[in-house]
Ligand binder design. Structure first.
Ligand SMILES: Nc1ncnc2c1ncn2[C@@H]1O[C@H](COP(=O)(O)OP(=O)(O)OP(=O)(O)O)[C@@H](O)[C@H]1O
Ligand SMILES: [Mg+2]
Length: 270
């Protein structure tokens, strides 16, 4: 399953994406995380030592994509691409990175978006495979169709009007793409009143509310300590809420899914 997280700036996309990826990987899924934000932060949220030059992810080059008759596609298999251009985060999460502008006045990021889109297309149908895409706070991934190949779009929203309005607009764009399921994840919820605001908004706009994540001081502490939340506060309420989100996905037990690619085979054939 390929899951993308979108939403207003600062809503908590990266925090939830990283926690989701680590929890799924420790549950035995073969997790690929894609930082599709041109201002990338997913590596450090996952626990990659980005100060180490060998660990710092580099951008996926557009040369990995070829134009085929049926549209752009990867020249090599996903595993080869990730081995060459990704890094491995704790729990075996493989991370790829869309990249950021190398300099000011660089122009558009069309090639970078097409590259992510091709990788996403080829990441479907992996046994025990889960893909988590951390998107940037703009509708660009939807307006360009970069996210067309995801199976589930999670709209991360804080309980205030402008964040919810952003989620509603993104849902309307997503409805024009072949994305099977779109759902809201409420984040930074401080109490019942916040929960009611989000529930009412989702009901009014016919949006599925899949999970509610509370405000947690431990998220800020983990951030300040530059530690992944899942390590810094494994038993805290925010990680517990992301575990409930995993449960709400209704995934088969990773151990029950045919194991075409053992850990030795995390880098094996798709
Ligand atoms: N549940 C939470 N409780 C408290 N703080 C949170 C929570 N979730 C995220 N934060 C904090 O909110 C800030 C933004 O989080 P994060 O970087 O995950 O958001 P984002 O949506 O990825 O942002 P951007 O749009 O810049 O990519 C960070 O300081 C993070 O620590
Ligand atoms: Mg982010």
């Amino acid at each position: 399953m390929r899951i993308a997280l979108a939403g207003k700036g600062g809503a908590g996309k990266t925090t939830i994406a990283a926690t989701l990826a680590r929890l799924l990987a420790s549950d035995g899924f073969d997790v690929v995380a894609i930082d599709a934000d041109s201002n990338p932060n997913l590596a450090s949220a996952l626990g990659v030592a980005t100060d180490d030059a060998n660990q710092a992810p580099h951008a996926l080059p557009s040369s990995i994509v070829s134009r085929r008759l049926d549209g752009p596609g990867l020249k090599d298999g996903v595993d080869a691409v990730l081995a060459a251009h990704g890094v491995v985060a704790p729990d075996g999460v493989r991370l790829a990175h869309m990249g950021m502008p190398a300099h000011a006045d660089e122009g558009c990021m069309c090639a970078a978006h097409a590259t992510v889109s091709s990788l996403l297309a080829d990441l479907g149908d992996r046994p025990r495979g889960m893909t988590i895409v951390d998107m940037e706070a703009s509708p660009e991934h939807l307006s360009r169709g970069t996210a067309r190949h995801v199976d589930l779009l999670l709209l991360v929203a804080e309980p205030y009007y402008r964040a919810l309005e952003t989620a509603r607009r993104l849902a309307a764009l997503a409805a024009q793409l072949p994305i099977a399921r779109v759902a809201v994840v409420a984040n930074k919820v401080r109490g019942e009143a916040d929960g009611e605001v989000i529930t009412a908004f989702c009901e009014r706009h016919d949006l599925e509310l899949l999970a509610v994540v509370p405000w947690g001081e431990e998220v800020l502490d983990a951030d300040a300590a530059r530690q992944p939340l899942v390590e810094a506060a494994a038993s805290g309420p925010v990680v517990a809420a992301v575990r409930r989100l995993v449960a709400a996905l209704g995934l088969p037990d990773a151990g029950a899914v045919p194991q075409a690619d053992a850990i030795a085979g995390r880098h094996g054939p798709r």
